[in-house]
Ligand binder design. Structure first.
Ligand code: ARG
Length: 455
């Protein structure tokens, strides 16, 4: 029987029940719904709805229900209840009889679901922070292992300037650190307790909502009942933070898929995280990375879904909002497994240093050095850029790197070029010069790594 049966003389149609029920999705809120109900039992005891004995009995039954159901979602779903709140109330009544019917005094499923969802976000959010931290550690460890492997850095996917592999790793550390701080920030705003705001207008019982919030581990209660029951900003913020983080994961996956290609051959991926082809025996495909890139799409989809669901909703609660959970749950599941998978891929990754070095030496990645050499000899940079452009065209025509052009040929582009030019065209010199803060010189990358390792 539905919680709200009294006003109705006809049963719901089977199709309506299927359409309306959210239990197959929101069963995942069982712990939060029970924990919230235990706190609510205390709150209504304080305003005289329950005796202390009744409260103790209800809370014991709620704890028992939690133990029975926490690892048995099938049990919850098989009940056929409308939603998780109905399930908990019905199960309670089955355990303690009429006493169970008192628990919902002064409470609505509207403040209840908002509370459950925030509790869930807070808990899952902590888990995601941990996983982000672990991925950060994997990148730092990889940076340490491969700190001085030289590879080409790209712009427009054209070889641009050589960089250290450790520098590439630490670039992603920066991104995931921003993701951590963004999620921490969103969780601060999630940390207000909706319970005790009723259906929309506030509860009719003189609750101490500050104490109620504290008992549930929230920093404070929410301040406006209309806003409280219709607010899903925290869901949107978390999905948005997840989308940004998935974008970072996807870019990292894309870099690694390219590094792993036959054409680049910069890295080898562990067998553990790759798969073969059913037809082509030689294949070893980077499936883990492709799935990380692929799952980014569904996370963005959920963000756009919840934003669109919320955009025209009048105050306060509307059933549309029930659609928030499926997307949020999928976002958190996808984000979590992608973070774990990315760490596993990085932990088993090998860099082919010969291949990365050869590639870094090709593609005229030292052209900027020649321009800087001319600048050091007094030529304005714009003119030097032009002179080196001509030298590169000529080197390409002769299919030779800049450093293999004889001094007479180089002098033909500018007579200020001397034999010392060859020192500045080496890859070592290219790298060593990038020693201002944030650059890819070994000194800078080592100090960046040390800073990451120490916090
Ligand atoms: N299952 C609902 C949801 O997830 C719970 C709130 C229902 N409230 C209501 N007044 N029908 O949003």
């Amino acid at each position: 029987m539905a919680l709200w049966g009294g006003r109705f003389s006809q049963e719901s149609s089977a199709l309506f029940k299927l359409f309306n029920d959210s239990l197959p999705v929101d069963f995942r809120l069982i712990e939060q719904d029970i924990v919230g109900s235990i706190a609510w039992a205390d709150a209504i005891t304080q305003v005289g709805i329950l005796t202390t004995d009744e409260c103790t009995e209800l809370q014991a039954a709620l704890n028992e229900l939690l133990t029975e159901t926490i690892d048995n979602p099938e049990l919850i779903i098989a009940s056929g209840a409308e939603d998780i709140h109905s399930f908990v109330e019905q199960s309670l009544i089955a355990k303690v009889g009429d006493l169970g019917k008192k628990l919902h005094t002064g409470r609505s499923r509207n403040d209840q679901v908002a509370t459950d969802l925030k509790l869930w976000c807070k808990k899952e959010g902590q888990q995601l922070l941990e996983l982000l931290g672990k991925l950060r550690t994997s990148l730092i460890e990889l940076a340490e292992r491969e700190i001085d492997a030289v590879m080409p850095g790209y712009t427009h996917l054209q070889r641009a300037q050589p960089v250290l592999f450790g520098h590439w790793c630490l670039a992603y550390v920066e991104m995931f650190e921003r993701d951590i701080s963004r999620l921490q920030d969103a969780l601060k705003r999630t940390d207000t307790c909706p319970l005790g705001t009723g259906a929309l207008a506030g509860t009719a019982y003189p609750m101490d909502r500050v104490q109620l919030a504290q008992s549930l581990g929230f920093a404070a209660p929410t301040l406006n009942s209309l806003d409280t029951v219709s607010d899903r900003d925290h869901v949107i913020e978390i999905c948005s933070d997840a989308s940004i983080s998935m974008m970072h994961l996807s870019r990292m996956a894309e870099d690694l898929i390219f590094f792993n290609s036959g054409e680049a051959g910069f890295i080898d991926l562990d067998d553990e995280v790759t798969s073969g082809s059913s037809l082509m025996p030689q294949k070893k495909n980077p499936d883990a990375l492709e799935l990380i890139r692929g799952k980014t799409g569904r996370v963005y989809g959920s963000l756009v879904g919840i934003l669109t669901t919320m955009k025209a909703l009048p105050l306060a609660y509307n059933k549309d909002m029930q659609e928030d959970k499926e997307g949020l749950f999928d976002v958190m599941d996808s984000w979590a497994i992608c973070l774990e998978m990315a760490a596993l891929v990085l932990n088993g990754l090998q860099v082919n240093r010969e291949r990365t070095l050869i590639a870094a030496q090709q593609g005229y990645a030292n052209s900027t050095e020649l321009a800087d050499y001319l600048v050091a000899k007094g030529m304005p940079f714009r003119q030097a850029h032009h002179v080196v452009g001509e030298a590169v065209v000529s080197a390409i025509a002769q299919q030779t790197p800049l450093e293999d052009l004889p001094i007479e040929v180089l002098k033909g582009f500018s007579d200020i070029i001397e034999a010392d030019v060859y020192d500045c065209l080496t890859i070592e010199s290219c790298l060593a010069k990038r020693e201002a803060l944030g650059g890819t010189s070994l000194v800078q990358v080592k100090s960046a790594l040390a800073a990451k390792q120490s916090n």
